[in-house]
Design a protein around this ligand. Structure first.
Ligand code: HSE
Length: 428
């Protein structure tokens, strides 16, 4: 015999919440076969119920009171879709303390206070799931925790921010400059009114902190992640990248190296043949390398109403199954070791450096010696554009420590032959 309904409460009824409601309705005819029970949305917490009445069959489920949800013993699962640290943290914590499992899409919260929340989940024998917090509709949390659990993960690397990928794709494919592409992203609703978190790499930084924690079983928080956004990328950098057979992408990467974890977000020149190079527009992709599986890549929509709701609902289904099996609380955080996170100065990369220099004999030799004196070896030099009396140089270095590049750039900037170091971008 099927068990009575499992009741769900939504906190927030914006884009993703609306998608969740739609999927609940769509899936109802098959729910019994899939879950051996029905899922029912019993409450939706919103600030202004009148605004949302037209979206639901029974406006009676709309409430402004979190307490009414907390105190309702019939509610088994709370789905938090408000975002931000507070009041999300307090809501999630008190829901779990009241014995309710939680599904959230809140990456800020998981990246900054995930450790505390998992402890509360364990203590209260409830589930805390967050598939939608990273890369929207793409299943990546569950594959890392389950399907790839038998691997020693070495690298997780991805394009996990659709807004910046859209902007860079427009700059690459249509020759737009940064401002024009950002304006278009805003007009189409990809970029928020305040795009800072996306364009400065903070959104991707939170996501890679979450992925690194799961992949390496060691806590990585947003504060540990080096972030650099796309605001300094110009049409010129993109054009040079093309000359080099490369594309510029905002890459979030986490590596487990013998010296520690590297966790960073920054623009990167990728070879055109790299699988992440063909991920364009608002799409996301995450590439994972494990010692047994080798390379795997996950691709799909990183945001949007229905894709993100798909990830939320996958978690709701999983929790519903746990409730049916009376095994709630068996999903562990699985953080069992402490690996130090490396400072950016101690990470290694090859670098693309674009600078304007005096156009006269001996300049290249001076520049080469500054790099050489700082243990940086040069792999390639391009001299293409003349700007008045100056020449523009692009230098690709070999794989070196970031500290050495920074030292070399400081000396170059004060050298009489260098007018300006215009940009420094890491090369894959
Ligand atoms: N703002 C994010 C993006 C989506 O542009 O990909 C939400 O995580």
């Amino acid at each position: 015999m099927a068990q009575e309904e499992i009741n769900v409460a939504l906190l927030g009824f914006g884009t993703v919440g609306t998608g969740v409601y739609k999927i609940m309705q769509r899936q109802r005819p098959e729910m019994m076969q899939k879950l051996n029970t029905y899922l029912n949305i019993r409450s939706i917490m919103v600030r202004n119920p009148e605004k949302h009445q037209h979206k639901v069959e029974d406006p009676g489920i709309l409430t402004t009171s979190f307490e009414s949800i907390l105190e309702d013993p019939q509610i088994d699962i709370v789905v938090e879709l408000i975002g931000g640290i507070e009041p999300g943290y307090t809501y999630i914590r008190s829901a779990m303390e009241a014995g309710k499992s939680v599904v959230t899409a809140n990456k800020d919260l998981i990246a900054e206070r995930g450790g505390e929340l998992f402890q509360v989940a364990e203590e209260n024998h409830v589930e805390l799931r967050f598939e939608a917090a990273v890369a929207g509709g793409i299943p990546i949390i569950s594959p890392l925790k389950n399907s790839l659990a038998a691997n020693e993960i070495r690298t997780v690397m991805g394009i996990v921010n659709g807004t910046t990928n859209y902007i860079l794709s427009k700059m690459t494919d249509e020759g737009m400059d940064y401002k024009e592409a950002l304006a278009q992203a805003t007009e189409l609703g990809y970029a928020e009114a305040d795009p800072t978190a996306d364009v400065e790499g903070y959104d991707a930084g939170r996501k890679i902190a979450i992925l690194a924690t799961i992949a390496f079983h060691s806590r990585v928080t947003f504060r540990d992640v080096y972030t650099e956004g796309i605001t300094k990328i110009t049409a010129k950098d993109i054009s040079y990248a093309k000359t080099l057979g490369r594309v510029i992408k905002l890459i979030a990467v986490a590596n487990h190296t013998p010296e520690g974890i590297e966790a960073k977000v920054h623009p990167m020149l990728l070879p055109e043949s790299h699988p992440l190079s063909s991920v364009s527009g608002s799409y996301n992709a995450v590439y994972v390398n494990g010692d047994a599986v080798e390379d795997v890549m996950f691709y799909g929509r990183g945001a949007g109403e229905m894709p993100t709701a798909s990830a939320v609902m996958g978690d709701v289904f999983a929790v519903a199954r746990r409730i049916k099996e009376h095994s709630q609380g068996s999903t562990r955080d699985n953080v069992y070791r402490t690996i130090p996170v490396k400072r950016i100065e101690n990470t290694r990369s090859s670098y693309f450096i674009r600078m304007s220099v005096e156009d006269k004999p001996g300049v290249l030799a001076t520049i080469a010696s500054i790099f050489g004196n700082n243990s940086v070896s040069i792999e390639q030099v391009i001299q293409k554009n003349k700007i008045g009396n100056d020449a523009e140089l692009v230098i690709i270095t070999s794989n070196v420590k970031e500290r050495h590049i920074k030292d070399a750039l400081l000396i170059l900037e004060s050298s009489s032959v260098v007018r300006k170091v215009a940009n420094m971008i890491r090369v894959y």
